[in-house]
Design a protein around this ligand. Structure first.
Ligand SMILES: Nc1ncnc2c1ncn2[C@@H]1O[C@H](COP(=O)(O)OP(=O)(O)OP(=O)(O)O)[C@@H](O)[C@H]1O
Ligand SMILES: [Mg+2]
Length: 145
């Protein structure tokens, strides 16, 4: 799918907000500046977040809970993660009992990325972006295209 403008990226994130459920993992891949945070901001806005979500690049994890959003979701950016072992300390596994995870730089988890993760990849395409999706069975019936 082509996302021609930043608004299109945001709007796509908002659409995902209608599909996401607790326990879901959305892995957002793409180079620096690809638009991962932009998509996450759209999704969080779609879940009801009134203010623009800050980037979790420094804190690594920003949890959102109702009533700020209609379901709990953790926005995660693993760019600065030193190694996959350090990820255990973030408590992502436990979060999945009641929350969804939006993970920028999921590659940092190596082979620890959950098999049921929806993998989205954003790449430059002209002035805009191309979004590619690797859709696991748990998302099959919900998926948009
Ligand atoms: N579809 C699009 N077309 C053109 N520009 C876009 C598109 N989507 C997002 N952008 C722009 O890309 C820029 C970088 O976005 P963003 O911060 O979301 O990247 P990122 O992938 O999160 O980067 P990082 O890896 O540093 O966290 C922003 O200026 C945003 O407006
Ligand atoms: Mg980002």
């Amino acid at each position: 799918m082509i996302l021609a403008t930043p608004d299109a990226t945001h709007a796509f994130g908002r659409q995902l907000a209608d599909l996401i459920l607790p326990g879901d993992v959305i892995a957002l891949s793409g180079d620096l500046g690809a638009g991962k945070t932009s998509l996450a901001r759209g999704l969080l806005a779609g879940l009801g977040l009134a203010e623009e979500a800050p980037s979790p690049s420094f804190s690594l994890v920003i949890p959102y809970d109702p009533p700020l959003v209609r379901m709990p979701v953790w926005h995660v950016d693993l760019y600065r993660l030193e190694d996959a072992d350090e990820a255990e300390e973030l408590g992502l596994d436990d979060a999945l009992y009641d929350s969804a995870l939006l993970i920028e730089w999921p590659e940092r988890l190596g082979n620890r990325l959950w098999p049921h993760a929806l993998k989205l990849r954003i790449d430059p395409e002209g002035e805009g972006r191309r979004l590619t999706a690797d859709v696991p069975p748990s998302w099959g019936a919900r998926w948009l295209w």
